[in-house]
Design a protein around this ligand. Structure first.
Ligand code: 5RP
Length: 226
């Protein structure tokens, strides 16, 4: 099998469709993530649109792509539960804890994931790490909290950079924090979320993935959270 990133992403997107097929039922609403891997999943999901009721999107970009593919997109406030949320990640460790938000959709991703019964993470092997933090940790903040949160990130040993020319779908800036070696992902996630002005940080450990499908040169590996 190839190591071409696009081919790996396509393979894992298709594997995700096969994995969630039992939950594609006439009443089902599917949670859908954001990013280049999620885009390929959306394309494959749209082919199956007759099998399920609708989707909830984690970004405007994802909502547009779903609608273009003929899938009904619901407001999360009109949905009580979803059998599965499918999304990519920027990093994933052996405990299936992740860093997300490279595409800036972390807040809506975390909310949609929280309402889903299962989190299915789809990645290629380039996203696998022993510990989180080699990818800069995105933090969405209210505009007036940029400087105070950056100072706090510095005090934690990180190197914060304001993402320039970018605001989230919620109209907020993102700070990317490089240089963190995150050994207690759930602890740091909770600590950062308690800083005044932080909307969401990109550690997904308190609600980690339940299953990861990992595409690599030898095929698709299925990892389960313990
Ligand atoms: C967007 C995300 C994405 O899941 C993450 O950035 C991975 O993206 P890609 O599949 O393009 O590598 O968290 O906010």
């Amino acid at each position: 099998m190839t190591t071409d990133p696009l081919v790996l992403k396509q393979a894992v997107a298709q594997a995700a469709i096969d994995y969630i097929e039992p939950w594609l039922t006439p009443d089902a609403v599917i949670g859908v993530g954001t990013g280049s891997t999620a885009d390929l999943f959306i394309d494959a999901l749209c082919v199956k649109r007759q099998l399920f009721r609708a989707a909830v999107a984690s970004s405007e970009r994802t909502a547009d792509r779903l609608r273009q593919g003929g899938v009904t997109v619901l407001n999360l406030n009109d949905v009580v539960s979803m059998p599965v949320y499918v999304d990519g990640a920027d990093e994933i460790n052996p405990a299936l804890e992740m860093i997300k938000g490279g595409g800036g959709a972390l807040t809506r991703e975390k909310i949609v994931a929280s309402v889903s019964e299962r989190f299915l993470c789809i990645v290629d092997t380039s996203k696998q790490v022993e510990w989180l933090g080699q990818f800069p940790l995105p933090i969405e903040v209210l505009p007036m909290a940029v400087a105070s949160v950056m100072r706090r990130a510095l005090a934690l040993g990180g190197q914060p950079i304001l993402r320039t020319g970018f605001v989230t779908d919620n109209g907020n800036p993102i700070i990317d924090v490089a240089g963190l070696k995150i050994l207690d992902a759930a602890g740091l996630e909770a600590e950062l979320d308690h800083l005044p002005g932080v909307v969401t940080n990109g550690i997904f450990a308190l609600r980690r993935a339940d299953v990861a499908l990992v595409a690599g040169p030898r095929g698709i590996e299925t990892l389960l959270s313990h």
